[in-house]
Unconditional design. Structure first.
Length: 405
């Protein structure tokens, strides 16, 4: 297929779509403690608004990906972003916590198309180092949106109340629809058979049977999933335990996003020298340091802003290093089902965040959960990368034997 969009346009649209999910998730985190009072409910019920978002986002990706293969990237994107916009409106006018839960579920379902199509349009047009470079550029811009989201959410909360946060999301949804309509070109050959249960299940079966794909997806599920999981804990830790105001919390989250941004920029400068595997190993080294610092700080240091966020900064820096190459490696062998492959990878990532958040809710104490669950998820990424290397060696040996015969 000839290239239908330039690298720059692909990067910009990919970044806009990729930020839809994280911004929808993180912009309202400064309001979570206030929402407990606003709806006269419990902390656990407000945490559940994140969990249902994760659940809707992760499961719906398994539909959004094949729909983009079947009906085209552009049509699927417009349909699902419309669903996300509807969810934002339901949240803004929610009369009860049950209404808020329903709106968050619908938001998650609609946002699922973002990262799925962002990765698919890159795989449709680019491969290898070029694809990794675009993924890295998307990562740089991806850091800016979620970095600003809690800050904007905190300011909107202080100035206009919690409903204003969801009206900001309505505006972002409208911006996305206009941008996709005006600038996105179709990068795939739609095949409506992909939407049928048989081909759909066959595509996912092909992915699950490939150990390299599964291992690479779990590397991302543990690391990027840890970012999502800790978002269910940090607002309660930093506001309730450390004593930050919601606005200060929003500004304080810039350390996490700034570290991810710095990691993405450093990777762009060093990628040619490190290579794909070198960048992943460097990233996992930072993740390991972050995991150990989180566990030690929770158990041995009186909680403060720096004791919580400095370890988070280490792991965020590392995650930025490993994400582009692992994403490219996972999608490399599946150009014929790029949407489904991107969806399955995203499902595993979000499932990691969902399960981490659920485990935190079951533990009950966000601070203790942070010190146990996040390190475990980051170290799972390290173990999965070792599995990925082993699966790659086996695949190369099998190919060599087939050629020799």
């Amino acid at each position: 297929m000839s290239l239908r969009m330039s690298e720059r346009r692909t990067s910009m649209l990919g970044a806009l779509l990729a930020t839809l999910g994280p911004i929808s998730m993180s912009i309202y985190t400064p309001a979570m403690p206030e929402l407990v009072q606003a709806f006269a409910t419990t902390e656990s019920m407000i945490k559940l608004t994140l969990s249902v978002y994760f659940g809707g986002f992760s499961v719906a990706q398994l539909v959004a990906g094949p729909m983009s293969d079947a009906f085209g990237r552009k049509n699927a994107t417009l349909a699902f972003v419309g669903i996300n916009l509807l969810g934002s409106l339901i949240c803004a006018f929610a009369p009860s916590v049950e209404g808020l839960l329903a709106g968050r579920l619908i938001q998650g379902i609609g946002a699922s198309v973002g990262i799925t199509v962002a990765r698919a349009i890159v795989r449709d047009q680019f491969t290898g180092a070029e694809a990794s470079r675009i993924m890295n550029l998307i990562g740089i811009m991806l850091a800016i949106g979620p970095a600003m989201a809690p800050t904007l959410g905190g300011l909107a909360l202080a100035a206009f109340g919690w409903q204003a946060i969801f009206f900001l999301l309505v505006g972002f949804g409208l911006l996305t629809i206009v941008s996709v309509t005006a600038f996105m070109r179709e990068t795939a050959m739609p095949d409506r058979r992909r939407a049928r249960p048989g081909p759909l299940l066959a595509a996912y079966g092909e992915l699950i049977r490939d150990p390299r794909f599964v291992a690479a997806a779990i590397v991302l599920g543990g690391s990027v999933g840890a970012l999502y999981a800790q978002s269910t804990m940090l607002s309660f830790i930093l506001i309730d335990k450390v004593g930050l105001s919601p606005t200060a919390f929003g500004l304080g989250m810039l350390m996490q996003s700034g570290s991810y941004f710095s990691g993405s920029v450093c990777l762009r400068l060093t990628a040619a020298k490190l290579g794909g595997e070198g960048s992943v190993r460097a990233g996992l080294a930072f993740c390991t340091i972050g995991a150990l610092l989180i566990a030690l700080s929770v158990h041995f240091i009186t909680p403060s802003y720096l004791s919580v966020m400095l370890p988070v900064a280490f792991s965020s820096f590392g995650i930025a290093f490993l994400t582009p190459h692992m994403t490219t490696a996972a999608l490399q062998s599946f150009p014929h089902i790029a949407g489904s492959a991107s969806a399955m990878m995203g499902f595993i990532q979000m499932a990691g965040g969902f399960l981490g958040g659920l485990a935190a809710a079951l533990l009950g104490t966000p601070f203790i959960a942070f010190g146990l669950i996040i390190p475990a998820m980051l170290l799972t990424s390290v173990a999965s990368y070792l599995w990925f290397l082993q699966a790659t060696r086996r695949s190369v040996l099998a190919t060599d034997r087939a050629v020799g015969e």
